[in-house]
Design a protein around this ligand. Structure first.
Ligand SMILES: [Cu+2]
Length: 463
């Protein structure tokens, strides 16, 4: 047995189901500090069914997992380890990040309204840290702002946070110490407090998904984010994953589905679903009153906000689910590329190839060529627009996934059912009738047809 055997064991038990993982923790329940549970895979873990404590209907974290706990005299105890991690952002690209318990983001913490919670935080980073429990009602000294509420946790030390989960809802956690560096490196995690009893504003759902929106600046070919970047990030991620690495959201037709997300990037994200309408049923401030809900297909989530949306998945198919900022559904490349639409590169390309054998003319017909391009990429780099679909390249990257609705998806089955087979005569098709004659203006040539009317500003009439 090598020294990673416990990590490997936890990896498999976490995939197989939560009960096994929780039992493994209880083995060491007599120790003062709970043995940390480490996750080594970026796969979406099955929901962690609660084996101890109050019952609840667990969430599914996209490309993530829920942290097992132990009960200690009525207190739910968790152990978070802040540490450097290697995160696969999509097959073919790994990033050197900071996170918790082997992954970035860290594990989702799930508790029940009224639970007494104790969280041990061990700092294995090269610098101090702290944890802020975003959105929670708690004693001031547990709020985690370094210097303001507590001394920061020095490298190598463990601090303990204790509070009661007073309010049900959608929350997150992140450092409040050297925040720009630590968030740029991927330190964050999701938190869900389930209602203790039936709550008229919190519906019972068939599927409950969650993920965090985050962003990185990693040069193509490199592994470590640039921590001084303020706005110009080049990787737009959900739970530190980029399309095609983000798990699809697989549901059964007519399921009531809740999707929770929080924004820890430095810009807003209009999150958009195809084929369905949803309502925003809650924020990190709590459930939205029913009278204040309205139908939407896009909801903007600003920096530091969280949204939970709900819908009935009553249309079968593979529906795009993505951020509506088009450059957020692309992967890394240089930004300083001029628009080349309409430019004929053919003469120049031959000359440049003599100097730079790998050179390739880009984007003279638009950027779709990028998705199929054969140009060699640096190591550890995902194409800017990619993703093989059943009808060609999806030409996406970044914050993009697929909402898969199937009538034969089994309850509690989250596995990918493959591509949707559209019923006959329900897909867009090529027109094969007579062509339309070219319009006169086009025959004259575009330059001749341009006409401008310029009106000079008139003199002031007021005085
Ligand atoms: Cu976005």
């Amino acid at each position: 047995m090598n020294k990673l055997s416990r990590r490997d064991f936890m990896k498999w038990s976490s995939i197989a189901g939560g009960a096994v993982a929780t039992a493994a923790v209880s083995k060491v329940a007599m120790a003062a500090l709970p043995e940390p549970v480490i996750q080594t895979t970026p796969d979406t873990a099955s929901p962690l069914m609660p084996a101890t404590g109050r019952p609840y209907n667990p969430v599914v974290t996209l490309n993530g997992w829920t942290l097992p706990w132990r009960m200690n005299q009525g207190v739910k105890e968790f152990h978070l380890v802040a540490e450097p991690v290697v995160r696969e952002m999509a097959p073919g690209m790994k990033a050197h990040l900071w996170g918790y318990n082997g992954q970035s983001p860290g594990p989702t913490i799930e508790v029940v309204e009224g639970d007494k919670v104790r969280i041990f935080v061990t700092n294995k980073l090269p610098e101090h840290t702290s944890v802020h429990w975003h959105g929670q009602r708690l004693p001031n000294g547990m709020d985690g702002v370094s210097g303001l509420n507590q001394p920061s946790i020095p490298a190598g030390k463990t601090f303990v946070y204790e509070f009661e989960a007073r309010r049900p809802g959608t929350f997150m956690y992140h450092p409040h110490a050297d925040e720009m560096t630590q968030m740029a490196m991927g330190m964050m995690g999701f938190w869900v407090t389930h209602p203790r009893t039936k709550n008229p504003l919190i519906s019972e759902v068939d599927r409950d998904f969650c993920f965090l929106l985050n962003a990185y600046d990693i040069d193509p070919g490199s592994y470590t984010p640039k921590i001084m970047t303020m706005l110009d990030f080049n990787l737009w991620t959900w739970n530190s994953r980029i399309f095609p690495g983000i798990s699809p959201l697989c549901v059964r037709k007519n399921d009531r589905v809740r999707i929770r997300f929080g924004n820890l990037t430095m810009t807003n994200h209009p999150i958009h679903i195809h084929g369905h309408e949803f309502e925003v049923t809650g924020t990190d401030g709590g459930p939205v009153p029913k009278s204040a809900r309205w139908p939407e297909v896009t909801t903007d989530v600003a920096v530091g906000q969280m949204r939970q949306i709900e819908l009935i998945a009553d249309e079968e198919g593979d529906w795009a689910f993505h951020c509506h900022k088009s450059h957020h559904t692309m992967n890394a490349m240089g930004h300083n590329v001029p628009t080349m639409i309409g430019v004929d590169h053919s003469g120049i390309t031959k000359k440049v190839i003599k100097l730079i054998p790998d050179y390739m003319a880009m984007s003279e017909r638009g950027m779709a060529d990028m998705a199929e391009m054969e140009m060699p990429l640096p190591d550890n780099t995902i194409p800017m627009m990619t993703g093989a679909g059943p009808y060609g390249s999806v030409e996406m990257g970044g914050m993009f996934s697929v909402f898969k609705v199937r009538k034969d998806q089994k309850p509690s089955d989250y596995s990918d059912p493959g591509w949707f087979k559209q019923p006959p005569n329900t897909q867009a098709f090529e027109y094969k009738g007579p062509e339309i004659p070219a319009a006169k203006a086009v025959e004259k040539g575009p330059a001749a047809s341009i006409e401008m009317k310029v009106r000079k500003p008139s003199s002031h009439s007021g005085h």
